[in-house]
Design a protein around this ligand. Structure first.
Ligand code: NAD
Length: 502
């Protein structure tokens, strides 16, 4: 098979996963039909009775053992990620490292975030004890993308497991072997657990669609906005709650007082690493006019020495999903048609399965290259007259996932004006590596949060319990025994509590 053909060979019952650089078969997997998906969910439902009843400490032990097993198998795992996904082995290792950090954080913090808490019942209900409990949802269906085939779905998997749920995971058709390896390591690390705590179903979109309808208690999806919308519509039929981690068109603001060399270094890396196939990668840059020429020249200089490939010296690998290559090519062509200039590369930079770095300046803001997710190693840079213009243009997007600000003095202040889920100040992507910080977007970038305490709450059901400890004579509010004198008293007390503020 040539490298320009589909990286996944279609068959109705078997999914053949291939190396995106060479087209060689990596592995084959039976495709799960609707019946197989339902059977997997039933198995996970049975396992949930055991896993959900374990103490936080017991679950922590199992999750940390899984992390140790991943660590022990890191070389083998990185090799598989390199072959099935195309990214360099060092990038694969960084991805594993971040996933391990999240497994550890979710395991160690689940109790603190989710343990039962006593809350104040308030003056009028002072005869009650109020308990706020968090319970697992049950079975969580997780549908993943291919670009960070471990780190990204793990943001849902680890947190759902730590919160006491079992997981049925449908990996992307472009990273099926990787997804199955992740689940196999969990089972290997925890042989005494019932089968079904963390299992996979394999296949294309139809398998994912079957999972949405298989009676799971939540769907956690990471992938494109278009698929996210379909999943939300399908989930509405059963009122199945959804977590949607979708695409982005992340902007970087480089202020007049930025460290130009450091900002250029970060932008060059954030735009092209992983072949630009990063949901929160750098796609657009707004740079102050006073430093624009120097900044663009520095980005160009750095990226002139960056090249894709599958050899040990390559900075990033091939495009994993062949259909994305044409989208990247079209965005570059549109940018040039729409008034932009390529200061590095151009349409000729696209030579499947690789794409060289492309730097485009002053492209019309309505061009697809600026308005839509490109998901390739390209970046647009626009010169702006100051921070107000930069913030306005950065926020003028349907997406709102990550972002970055470069400024020596005003980074935090500028960050707080952005309509996004996360911002890195004087770095790119810093937020994605800090386990305690939630990750997710607004608008077309999705709904809900993975990571951090919100990531654990996302996979839990709040259960409010009000316990009446004693009755207050004459204060039977929730009873037909309520008397006229009780109401008279309330008419006197309520203004004293709520009517004093001028
Ligand atoms: P995709 O939407 O094509 O596929 C994602 C998953 O959904 C795959 O497993 C696929 O098989 C499945 N799927 C497809 N159709 C389905 C349907 N109708 N019902 C249920 N499941 C279905 O996305 P992709 O190409 O795998 O991933 C790239 C996209 O993911 C980019 O847009 C990227 O920005 C986004 N992404 C977002 C985040 C984030 O955290 N926000 C992280 C990584 C990637």
């Amino acid at each position: 098979m040539s490298t320009t053909e589909s990286a996944v060979v279609r068959d109705t019952s078997i999914l053949t996963s291939v190396d995106p650089a060479t087209g060689e078969t990596v592995a084959t997997h039976p495709i799960a039909d609707e019946q197989a998906v339902r059977a997997a969910v039933a198995k996970a439902r049975t396992a949930a009775a055991t896993w959900g009843e374990l103490s936080f400490d017991q679950r922590k032990k199992h999750l940390l053992r899984w992390a140790s097993r991943i660590t022990a198998k890191a070389d083998e795992f990185c090799d598989l990620i390199y072959r099935e996904n195309g990214k360099p082995r060092d990038d694969a290792f960084l991805e594993l490292m971040l996933a391990l950090e999240h497994i550890s954080w979710s395991a160690k913090n689940a109790e603190k975030v989710l343990k039962s808490k006593r809350v104040s019942p308030g003056a009028l209900m002072s005869n009650f004890a109020a308990h706020l409990d968090y319970r697992p949802l049950g079975v969580v269906g997780i549908i993943g993308p291919w670009n960070y085939p471990v780190y990204t779905p793990n943001g849902s998997i680890a947190y759902a497991l730590a919160a006491g749920n079992t997981v049925v995971f449908k990996p992307s058709e472009y990273s099926t072997t990787i997804g199955n390896y992740l689940a196999a390591l969990f089972a290997e690390a925890n042989p005494e657990l019932p089968d079904g705590v963390f299992i996979t179903v394999n296949g294309y979109g139809a398998t994912g669609a079957a999972l949405v309808h298989a009676g799971v208690d939540k769907i956690a999806f990471t992938g494109s906005t278009a698929t996210g919308k379909k999943i939300m519509a399908a989930a509405a039929a059963d009122l199945t709650p959804v977590l949607l981690e979708c695409g982005g068109k992340d902007a970087v603001i480089v202020a007049a007082d930025a460290d130009i060399a450091a900002a250029a270094d970060s932008v060059a890396y954030g735009a092209t690493m992983n072949s630009g196939q990063t949901c929160a990668g750098v796609e657009r840059v707004y740079v102050d006019k006073s430093i624009s020429d120097e900044f663009v020249a520095e980005v160009k200089r750095i990226l002139s020495n960056v090249r894709p490939g599958s050899d040990a010296g390559a900075s990033y690998g091939p495009m994993t999903m062949p259909s994305q290559i044409e989208i990247v090519r079209k965005h570059i062509e549109d940018a040039l048609k729409d008034g932009g200039t390529a200061v590095l590369g151009g349409p000729e930079s696209v030579h499947p399965p690789y794409i060289d770095p492309v730097v485009l300046v002053d492209v019309d803001e309505k061009s697809t290259a600026v308005a839509e997710e490109t998901f390739g190693p390209t970046v647009t840079i626009r010169t702006v007259s100051g921070i107000d213009e930069a913030v306005r243009l950065a926020n003028d997007s349907n997406y709102g996932l990550g972002s970055a600000v470069w400024s020596r003095k005003h980074g935090l202040e500028i960050a707080r004006r952005l309509r996004v889920g996360a911002t890195s100040v004087n770095s790119v992507l810093g937020f994605a590596a800090i386990s305690a910080l939630p990750f997710g977007g607004v608008g077309d970038s999705g709904i809900g949060r993975i990571h951090g305490a919100p990531g654990l709450l996302e996979f839990s059901r709040a259960h409010s319990i009000a316990v009446q400890r004693f009755t207050i004579p004459g204060m039977a509010l929730l009873s037909y025994k309520r008397t006229a004198s009780t109401m008279k008293l309330l008419h006197r007390v309520i203004p004293m509590i709520h009517g004093r503020h001028k």
